[in-house]
Design a protein around this ligand. Sequence first.
Ligand SMILES: C[S@@+](CC[C@H](N)C(=O)[O-])C[C@H]1O[C@@H](n2cnc3c(N)ncnc32)[C@H](O)[C@@H]1O
Ligand code: SF4
Length: 390
Amino acid sequence: MAILTSLTQLPLALYVHMPWCVKKCPYCDFNSHGLRGEPPYADYIDALLADLDGDIADVGEALHGRPIASVFFGGGTPSLFAPGHIARFLDGARARLDFAGDCEITLETNPGTVEHGRFDGYLAAGVNRLSFGVQSFDDAKLQRLGRIHSAAEAEQAVKQARDAGYDNFNVDLMYALPEQTLAGALADIERAAALGPAHISHYQLTLEPNTAFHAKPPPLPDEDSAWDMQEACQARLAEAGYTQYEVSAYAKPDRRCRHNLNYWQFGDYLGIGAGAHGKLTDAAGRVHRRWKRRHPRTYLNAADHPARTDGTQLVAADQLPFEYMLNALRLIDGVPMSDFATRTHLDDDAIAEALARCRANQWIEPGSTRLRTTPLGQRFLNDVIGTFMP
Ligand SMILES: C[S@@+](CC[C@H](N)C(=O)[O-])C[C@H]1O[C@@H](n2cnc3c(N)ncnc32)[C@H](O)[C@@H]1O
Ligand code: SF4
């Protein structure tokens, strides 16, 4: 990526990838690696800071005057890292970058990794939001998913976090699990809502290539049953006070995840850590992507060297409508029409024809002020987004 000399006013976030898990789950295609001995925690934090220094050296001018609005430690299992490690990274990041006063700082947490009461430490380090990978409250389903924790342990972890002072936390659930019934999916929603999280992510289990489930698929509910589960759970979540604002995201008022909203609204972000992706827009509206070495060992070996960056790409202008819609149309309320031009620096003409086709199919609402899918468009979202392919 060339040095960017000026910038747009797009919000800026920081993603930090932590690539280890106690054990690889059979459905997961994230860049996560089951433990084989103790990970080099301290070296990895050093590598993250060196990686950040490298990005600042390469694109630092594009970061001036743009405070970091959110930080997200994703994985993998960031909660394998003790609070001291997280604090060292955040202190280092704050010394290098300007953080917004109300910066949202989220850490993904596997309930099977926090038995030592780490929450006070995370809070002291500056982590002000937690995301728990719970998946289900049915122990038989958890076993089937290869999870390392029981439902009771997940509830215990959430209660410990609350006792430590966390009120802003998310619970990840999956539905359409092997042999799951509608009643089973709804029971998971009840148990999640009873814990009073600020946010619930509700993902349909998908069979991803290169996973154990893909190689040997379990018996999953069919697409119609999955859709019925989604609709019934959405209604139950609404009754419990959680508004759906994205395909898989539900929140109490004012508790939407700012970090993920920034992705869906086509904001910019730095991506630090093994396999992390970043996106930066320059003043001319060109979108630059860069990504880091994927394997933790290769990443660690290259972290203080330009080779840590595995690739960069200047996104072709004719790809931007598709990339923009892929994100924006996931939002239930869509985005202001004017955002398309300010975030891609393209003319509305670039999407006029595809938009007309979507409207003719009643996939996108009529009117010129917002880009928003209809309920029919939400059901066939992949087809809608595909319309914007070059
Ligand atoms: C990086 S993981 C979250 C934190 C932690 N690694 C854990 O699993 O406890 C992000 C979330 O993605 C969801 N997820 C992962 N693989 C999925 C799949 N194949 N289909 C649907 N959701 C998936 C899970 O709900 C998971 O909690
Ligand atoms: S713990 Fe989370 S990131 Fe790790 S393998 Fe399981 S789902 Fe994937």
